[in-house]
Design a protein. Structure first.
Length: 174
């Protein structure tokens, strides 16, 4: 036997003797967890704390009508694609005389705020007294747009001054 082949032979014998001592690798499992949440909607950024300025009117504008200075506008919610409807709910302080209207905290006397929706071109009062104060709008292209209007509303003899009124809007969605 050649001396050069001796190291190779020793290596082969060592590997053969060690084979019964080889152990299987440790086994384990991987557990995966996660959660899929429903989408959300939020009021459009410009509608979160928005001021609506009604046009100036005169005391005489109320001589033969209860309503003057109507102003149309919209508010909207931006939604994720899995949502179908947004419910807009309005709350505020009712006028003490005309409880469907929102109270005026400005200096004008005999005036409240009339807030109304214009869905399908139909004006419908959004009541400050907590009844009939929600509107449901379908989401289209990830947005729900609610057409609204506001106006001065005569509750008694009108005296000049300012109108200041607040309606809080909150949304739910499905």
């Amino acid at each position: 036997m050649n001396i050069r082949t001796l190291p190779i032979l020793l290596l082969a014998i060592t590997a053969a003797l060690d084979a019964p001592n080889t152990q299987a690798a440790t086994t384990g499992s991987l557990k995966f967890v996660g959660q899929i949440n429903a989408g959300t909607c939020n009021l459009a950024a410009g509608d979160v704390n928005r001021s609506i300025t009604l046009p100036a009117v005169k005391v005489s504008d109320f001589d033969s009508t209860l309503i003057a200075g109507a102003f149309d506008f919209e508010i909207s919610a931006e939604c994720e694609s899995d949502l179908r409807n947004v419910i807009f709910q309005f709350t505020g302080t009712p006028d003490p005389i005309s409880t469907w209207r929102f109270a005026n905290t400005g200096t004008a006397e005999g005036i409240a705020l009339w807030l109304y929706s214009r869905i399908g071109g139909v004006e419908e009062t959004i009541r400050a007294n907590g009844t009939n104060n929600t509107r449901t709008i379908a989401v289209s292209s990830s947005r729900a747009i609610l057409p609204l209007g506001a106006a001065y509303f005569k509750t008694k003899a009108v005296a000049q001054g300012t109108l200041a009124s607040t309606a809080t809007v909150s949304i739910t969605y499905n």
